[in-house]
Design a protein around this ligand. Structure first.
Ligand SMILES: [Zn+2]
Length: 472
């Protein structure tokens, strides 16, 4: 592989952003196809062969793209130079800030990568997950309250600004959060699960002097909904063959050109991100996908328990109070009977995130299908209900489902989801739709880093960014 650092011409952030902005489609084609075939690249980028040839030459000269020898002897392929640009995806929660650093090839850096790339300051100040599949995830705990969240956000941004390595070409940071953003008033408009942020101005989160430093270095600061970030990742990662992201589902690569992808996240909240007709779907006021707050049937009462399930239904409350006394609390959306509220209460007897997390630890969830037979069936009905709605309405190609419920309940595997899907939606669209289980933390963090890349590529547009995929 060529050493991308040694001869690279000195480019400042503004030049890099301009180059990305002008060559977005060619860069995407190079990143996704990993080929030396210029005709294939021209087709994927939607340009003529001579244009592609000229653009590739320029990108090679600027060291944004490099020709490397593939492991297959004699075959040379174009790839993006990973060090050309870096993007950070951050996710705000009540009790933590998590983030990932992605390079230009959308590889999420691990601690080992920081050492290898000599990002010494980052290595010293960032603590990564040491175990598990999310070794690229950096976590910071935060105390409750908006002030603590703001302080920690500024501290984290400060760490990135203090990295002295010249090859750390940071171009953008996206801060993702659960809830929706009003880009006209630049407010966190509604955040039922990180309530401190509701009605907070976007510009309040990062201090003016910190923002000034970011601006001086041409580093974009962008804000995005977490489900939209996950949807960007879910579509984009279909192209990233041989990356760690597809280890759980190689066959998804075959679906990389599918145009309609939904990403459902089920945890304390229920999130939905949609890519429809190869475009991130936002709706009129950027609030599309609030599936958690649609009205839901009362499956707890509709379903009749079998003899085996009866005890689980009767002794719904842990203290043995029978289910007729069950009372719905008011959801932050203003309703009692929204899907999110009912699922949480009917299945887990909880209506707040602290209690929800206590009752849904991996240990408690693992055998949930056996220990809570009735409630597991109710959970399945709610998931079926979502499949029915999404598949029948949108004729989706792929549904990717994630979150602690699906991740931790052993019985909620691909086969069971396939069954729920088949029995709920119309036959033709249902059999055509592929269902897959994913890792939401990874999707949100890397997806928001990808959003920063797209933000940089569409710099002249108003927020929020339009993210489109060409048919390749
Ligand atoms: Zn609600």
């Amino acid at each position: 592989m060529t050493d991308s650092n040694s001869e690279a011409p000195v480019k400042n952030g503004a030049d890099r952003i301009e180059l990305i902005n002008e060559n977005h489609d060619v860069l995407n084609a190079v990143r996704r196809l990993k080929t030396g075939d210029k005709s294939a690249l021209a087709e994927a980028a939607g340009v003529s062969w001579p244009t592609l040839n000229k653009d590739i030459k320029k990108l090679e000269n600027e060291r944004a793209v490099q020709l490397i020898k593939n492991s297959d002897p004699g075959e040379y392929i174009y790839e993006v130079n990973p060090n050309y640009a870096y993007f950070i995806g951050m996710a705000l929660a009540n009790d933590s800030i998590k983030l990932s650093i992605c390079d230009f090839a959308f590889h999420a850096l691990t601690k080992g990568d920081l050492v290898e790339r000599k990002f010494d300051h980052l290595h010293k100040h960032l603590s990564f997950n040491e175990t598990g599949e999310n070794k690229h995830v950096i976590s910071f705990d935060i105390e409750p309250g908006l002030r603590a969240m703001m302080d920690k956000t500024n501290e984290v941004v400060g760490i990135f600004l203090a990295e002295k390595s010249e090859s750390f070409n940071l171009l953008g940071i996206t801060i993702a959060f659960p809830g929706y953003i009003n880009y006209d008033s630049r407010m966190f408009a509604f955040s039922p699960h990180v309530q401190e942020l509701s009605e907070t101005h976007l510009d309040e989160l990062v201090l003016p002097e910190m923002k000034k430093s970011l601006d001086e270095r041409n580093i974009f600061l962008y804000f995005e909904n977490d489900s939209e970030s996950a949807a960007i990742f879910s579509k984009e990662s279909l192209f990233l063959k041989e990356s760690l992201f597809l280890s759980d589902d190689e066959e998804l690569y075959a679906l990389r050109n599918k145009k309609n992808v939904a990403c459902i996240y089920i945890s304390v909240g229920i999130g939905l991100g949609l890519v429809l007709n190869n475009e991130l779907f936002r709706g009129g006021t950027n609030t599309a996908g609030e599936i958690g707050h649609i009205l839901a049937p009362d499956f707890f009462n509709i379903l009749t328990p079998t003899d085996e399930e009866k005890e689980d239904k009767d002794y719904y409350f842990e203290d043995g109070v029978k289910e007729e006394n069950k009372k719905l609390p008011l959801c932050k959306c203003g309703r009692y009977d929204c899907l999110e509220n009912k699922l949480k209460l009917d299945v887990f007897n909880t209506n707040n995130w602290g209690d929800f997390y206590k009752k849904t630890t991996p240990e408690k969830l693992r055998d949930f299908a056996n220990t809570h037979k009735f409630r597991y069936r109710v959970l399945g009905e709610y998931i079926s209900y979502m499949f029915n709605l999404l598949i029948n309405l949108f004729n989706l190609d792929i549904i990717i489902i994630s979150g602690r419920i699906v991740k931790n309940i052993e019985a909620m595997n691909k086969n069971h989801l396939e069954l729920l899907k088949r029995t709920s939606a119309l036959k033709l669209p249902s059999s055509a739709c592929k269902c897959s289980i994913s890792n939401n933390e990874r999707a949100v963090l890397i997806g928001s880093a990808m959003a920063a890349y797209y933000r940089c590529g569409y710099k002249d547009q108003e927020d929020p960014i339009n993210v489109r995929w060409l048919h390749t």
